[in-house]
Design a protein around this ligand. Sequence first.
Ligand code: HEC
Ligand code: HEC
Ligand code: HEC
Ligand code: HEC
Ligand code: HEC
Ligand code: HEC
Ligand code: HEC
Ligand code: HEC
Ligand code: HEC
Ligand code: HEC
Length: 293
Amino acid sequence: MLASLLMTGAGWSQDEADEPAFSRGGADGCLGCHRQPELQGIFVSPHGERGDARTPFAQLECESCHGAQGSHPMGGRESVVTFGEGALTPVDEQNAACLNCHESPVGAEWHAGEHAAQDLSCASCHNSHLAKDPVLAEATQADVCYDCHQRQRGQAQKPYAHPVRFGKMDCSSCHAPHGSATQGSLKRLTLNETCYECHAEKRGPFAFEHQPVTEDCALCHAPHGSNHPAMLTRRAPLLCQQCHSQAGHPSLSLTAGSLPGGSPSALVLGGSCLNCHAQVHGSNHPSGITQMR
Ligand code: HEC
Ligand code: HEC
Ligand code: HEC
Ligand code: HEC
Ligand code: HEC
Ligand code: HEC
Ligand code: HEC
Ligand code: HEC
Ligand code: HEC
Ligand code: HEC
């Protein structure tokens, strides 16, 4: 039965014995044996679009990705390209099957990226057989990443975090998943540029800049989530005192009554620094040099 299948519909040709041959039956031949319902979503995915000459199903169908059928299934699993975890096919070959069609723009980013250096396969993140690939949807992407990035899962659950856990943002809101020249594989050229995309009001320029803000938002903010309001890495005054000496605060020389906080101790206790220095991201007020307005 197997032999007759091979000789007829999905047969291999004798004259090209060293190069595995593509089947004549195409997808129909494969589907004769591979009927699993979980494989069939691919027909309604963008790859299944037969009207688009660039897609697999307008070309060699299943074999566009899985390679020539050749001696399969007699040759076993290793006789076709298998993908993802537990695959027998080396990662380079798996990825080449996809990059055949996706060299631009994916390939260029990919080869320079950390995930390629870590030997990930495209199928570590992409599921090609579902109608909708979960890694492409805001609501489901993070779960794919959390498979390997457990720490970020924990951070996203903290009380102050970007709305990733509500499916309103995803990791690729900030990251280039295929890779980028930026440290941390961010979407934009610098960390701050990445943040400005959504927090444009923090870009300035301000008449009075606060140096750490123009340098690196992450000096004060934990972008994956934090236990402190506004996703701060720590609370004020500790946050500020990492860089500003307590002793040097000029208000110590002022009389207690002349300050809005009442007494000098209000600087560090209930009042905190932000009660007075509210414009911590920079100020455009003529007397904004100390970021109080
Ligand atoms: C005659 C039945 C038959 C046909 C036709 C057939 N396969 Fe298979 N295929 C099998 C069997 C049986 C296995 C399991 C082999 C093993 O475990 O050693 C398999 C395994 C596979 C696997 C690996 C699955 C895994 O668990 O890793 C892939 C991928 C695959 N086939 C793709 C295809 C494609 C693509 C075609 C058409 C070009 C095709 N097969 C045609 C019977 C078939
Ligand atoms: C024969 C060419 C071809 C091969 C091989 C191929 N793709 Fe595609 N892929 C396409 C085309 C064409 C599109 C549709 C692009 C578009 O609409 O701009 C597409 C779209 C996609 C998309 C976007 C789907 C969506 O829902 O928007 C992803 C992700 C993707 N491919 C990943 C892969 C991966 C992973 C592999 C390897 C396992 C692969 N592709 C192999 C041609 C191919
Ligand atoms: C770390 C997970 C991950 C890996 C590994 C990965 N991708 Fe993607 N891919 C994504 C995400 C996330 C998106 C959606 C990007 C977005 O939302 O901007 C995407 C989008 C795509 C798209 C749609 C077009 C586009 O650029 O938006 C294609 C095509 C694609 N990937 C192909 C590939 C190929 C080919 C490989 C292997 C060389 C690969 N991907 C590896 C996560 C991954
Ligand atoms: C766009 C590339 C692509 C095309 C076209 C494609 N596959 Fe796949 N196939 C994959 C990837 C990637 C996987 C790994 C698991 C996943 O992404 O779902 C896979 C997995 C499989 C598996 C193993 C499933 C398992 O549970 O281990 C089989 C069998 C298979 N494909 C058969 C087929 C058949 C039959 C066709 C044609 C109807 C086909 N594939 C078309 C990319 C493709
Ligand atoms: C199969 C495992 C795996 C999956 C899935 C995965 N990653 Fe990774 N990723 C790694 C490994 C391994 C590293 C390198 C070690 C590290 O930094 O944790 C890495 C590194 C990174 C880095 C740091 C890159 C750098 O240049 O330092 C970012 C950002 C990242 N991944 C984002 C993502 C996103 C976003 C997703 C989901 C779209 C994802 N990863 C899915 C394994 C994975
Ligand atoms: C609001 C923007 C933003 C979002 C959303 C985001 N990240 Fe990041 N991520 C960053 C920044 C900024 C860095 C630090 C880059 C650097 O090293 O300077 C970073 C670094 C990383 C790193 C490198 C290791 C580390 O912790 O420094 C990994 C891995 C990572 N992110 C994974 C993820 C994953 C997975 C998601 C989705 C669950 C995600 N990120 C969502 C901004 C973001
Ligand atoms: C894709 C858009 C986007 C990007 C990129 C982005 N953010 Fe956000 N950010 C948001 C959204 C949406 C919120 C939630 C606003 C809300 O809950 O009202 C938010 C909230 C915040 C908050 C907390 C607000 C609060 O009151 O608790 C901080 C701090 C913040 N972002 C910093 C950053 C930093 C730092 C970066 C760059 C590493 C960044 N964001 C990148 C969209 C973005
Ligand atoms: C010197 C520390 C520091 C740096 C650096 C910093 N921030 Fe903040 N940020 C704060 C503090 C403190 C708060 C809380 C302000 C408050 O409660 O009024 C805050 C609040 C926020 C908020 C929420 C409230 C608001 O003002 O919209 C956003 C969004 C934000 N920062 C974005 C950014 C971005 C984007 C960057 C980088 C361009 C950045 N921050 C750099 C200290 C900093
Ligand atoms: C990562 C280090 C860092 C952190 C954290 C930081 N600052 Fe600054 N701050 C600076 C630097 C650097 C300057 C510029 C100093 C200079 O020009 O002498 C500055 C300037 C200032 C100035 C203006 C001083 C002047 O006379 O120009 C004020 C006010 C200020 N910071 C308040 C704060 C407050 C409040 C916080 C906490 C919310 C804070 N800073 C957190 C590094 C930091
Ligand atoms: C009660 C209001 C108030 C609070 C609270 C406060 N400051 Fe100030 N701060 C001022 C005033 C007023 C000045 C300007 C003094 C001057 O112009 O000589 C100032 C000046 C500064 C300067 C500029 C110093 C310089 O050399 O010119 C820094 C830095 C600063 N404060 C940091 C902090 C930090 C850090 C905290 C929290 C630990 C804090 N402030 C809390 C009122 C306050």
